[in-house]
Design a protein around this ligand. Structure first.
Ligand code: FAD
Length: 495
């Protein structure tokens, strides 16, 4: 065993915090593994220990509610510290012939991308932000605008090495140890620690045509989003590669942290659209078309034109830019650097992510975007909304989604600020999240939380619904002593 246990104050401080900035929990120690066997050694020690201690894998610590923390155990530092030039315990290996890559579970997606691009290849399904670990996103689902077409990241994994809560290091896939494979994908770290993932690749596009169009009518907006994702089975030239969207309930379309896209002269145009719209709320559809060296500008123009002409956005509200593929994928990092320079990145983030069934998205719009949020001067963070096709999600995995063929992600990604405005405090924003959840419950809108956060077992049971029995059985099978990822607060009522 070459791994190292540390109580170094810097390690302890990093393991006690996360991106959410609302929870704090100090572990007993931090473990730096040198190999997957080291991870297995630590978990086995916890499993066999008479007094018991817990083990939490920490990817890049970008959870919101302390999910990677523990107070009575050890945090495993899975991800390398950026800029420290450390070697991952499993070396990244690209298999060009088989179009897949093997990576360490703590590897950041940005580094996966850099490695695969050397071979002209790239993973198919992404998150909007790449400074997240492979194990961290696969424990949730990993979604972005490609999910309608390729499914979430958990639908694009062929094989995993996993250390179970008994300290066994097992290889699993759909064919071998399939129960563990499906349990771990979307499993919130409850069944094992992913030490290696085999991820599907495709030829990397060179460039991206990145387009935004604006709507004032919600029905027209969602109709068009749903139309675009219904094209998933079409040949590449006849569909977009990425479909997302966001809601603008205030003047923040220009000011939020995904707005680097808009050029300085565009805000004028947007505010005039705002005045001529049907109300204060505007919706922005965001779509992209990938292309390579062999595609002529003419072909791309024609393909984009043919798709756009079927949509009902506000005339003349098209904003287009062409960027290298990597710049598009890494777009949120640019905004991160800007916010960091203003001290606005390391602030509390009381985020709420919901999957909303298609049949109730209009009710959600009325009650939340136009209701609870509609009279706000400033929301201070993007509100994303985009639909996905349920048939791209494998029902055997642990993640839960609404019971409809199409469901939306609605992501309320607020930053809390200490600027004297009481509507921007963490308390106000957390309370607003509770109001939104209460509105959904009172209106019978069966939302499912994505990146879920609950504090009682009854809430977790309700979240998993029909899947709870299977989830519980899998827990008994793979982590019977409840050692792993206790920061999810799933089993406390039982222990
Ligand atoms: P951590 O916060 O370190 O861990 C999360 C959970 O996973 C913990 O319970 C932890 O114990 C467990 N875990 C970590 N590593 C492993 C492992 N190797 N094996 C098993 N369990 C493990 N999500 C999306 O889907 N799409 C997005 O577009 C998106 N954008 C985001 C943008 C930002 C700026 C942020 C902060 C988050 C975003 N997320 C998005 C959410 C993100 O995917 C999750 O929070 C994810 O868990 C973060 O990964 P991490 O490596 O930081 O995980």
């Amino acid at each position: 065993m070459k791994g190292r246990l540390s109580v170094d104050p810097l390690d302890m401080e990093n393991a006690s915090l996360d991106f959410g900035g609302v929870q704090r929990a100090e572990p007993l120690a931090v473990f730096h593994p040198y190999s997957a066997q080291d991870v297995a050694w630590l978990v086995k020690a916890a499993y066999e220990s008479a007094h018991g201690f817990t083990v939490s894998a920490r990817g890049h610590g970008h959870s919101i509610n302390g999910q990677a923390m523990t107070t009575n155990g050890v945090v495993i530092r899975m991800s390398r510290r950026l800029g420290y030039n450390e070697r991952p315990p499993v070396a990244t290996k690209v298999y060009e012939k088989f179009m897949h890559v093997d990576v360490w579970g703590g590897e950041l997606w940005i580094d996966v991308l850099r490695s695969t691009l050397k071979y002209g290849l790239a993973p198919k399904s992404w998150t909007d932000y790449l400074y997240l670990s492979v194990g961290g996103t696969l424990s949730n689902a990993g979604i972005s605008g490609q999910a309608f077409n390729h499914g979430p990241q958990i639908s694009n994994v062929y094989e995993l090495d996993v250390v179970t809560g008994k300290g066994e290091l097992l290889t699993c896939s759909k064919e071998s140890n399939s129960e563990l494979f499906h349990a771990v994908l979307g499993g919130l770290g409850q069944f094992g620690i992913i030490t290696r993932a085999r991820i599907a690749l495709e030829p990397a596009p060179l460039m991206v045509r990145w387009i935004r169009v604006i709507y004032s009518n919600f029905s027209a907006f969602t109709h068009d989003q749903e139309y675009l994702i219904s094209l998933h089975g079409q040949p590449n030239g006849q569909k977009f590669d990425y479909v997302e969207g966001f809601v603008n309930v205030d003047e923040g379309l220009i000011n939020n942290w995904r707005s680097s896209f808009f050029s300085p002269r565009n805000p004028v145009k947007i505010s005039s659209l705002n005045a001529s719209g049907n109300g204060a709320v505007l919706y922005c559809l965001e779509i992209t078309k990938n292309y390579g060296e062999s595609d002529s500008n003419y072909t791309i123009d024609q393909e984009v034109y043919a798709l756009l002409k079927k949509l009902n956005f506000i005339p003349n509200s098209i904003f287009t830019t062409d960027v290298p593929y990597v710049d598009f994928l890494d777009r949120v990092h640019k905004s991160e650097l800007k916010l960091r320079s203003k001290g606005l990145w390391d602030v509390p983030h009381p985020w709420l992510n919901l999957f909303v069934p298609k049949s109730r998205i209009e009710d959600f719009d009325r009650g939340v975007f136009k209701g609870i949020l509609g009279n706000k001067k400033k929301t201070n963070g993007p509100i994303l909304i985009y639909p996905m096709n349920k048939n791209k999600w494998d029902g055997k995995t642990s993640v839960v989604t609404p019971n409809e063929d199409v469901f939306y992600l609605v992501a309320l990604l607020m930053s809390a600020l200490d600027n004297g405005d009481e509507t921007q405090t963490p308390e106000y924003l957390s309370n607003q999240n509770r109001r939104i959840l209460r509105f959904c419950a009172d209106s019978g809108i069966n939302v499912k939380q994505y990146l879920p956060h609950y504090t009682t077992q009854q809430e977790w049971r309700d979240h998993y619904g029909d899947k709870w029995t299977q989830f519980y059985k899998r827990k008994l099978q793979f982590d019977p002593r409840h050692i792993l990822a206790t920061g999810q607060h799933m089993w406390e009522d039982l222990i």
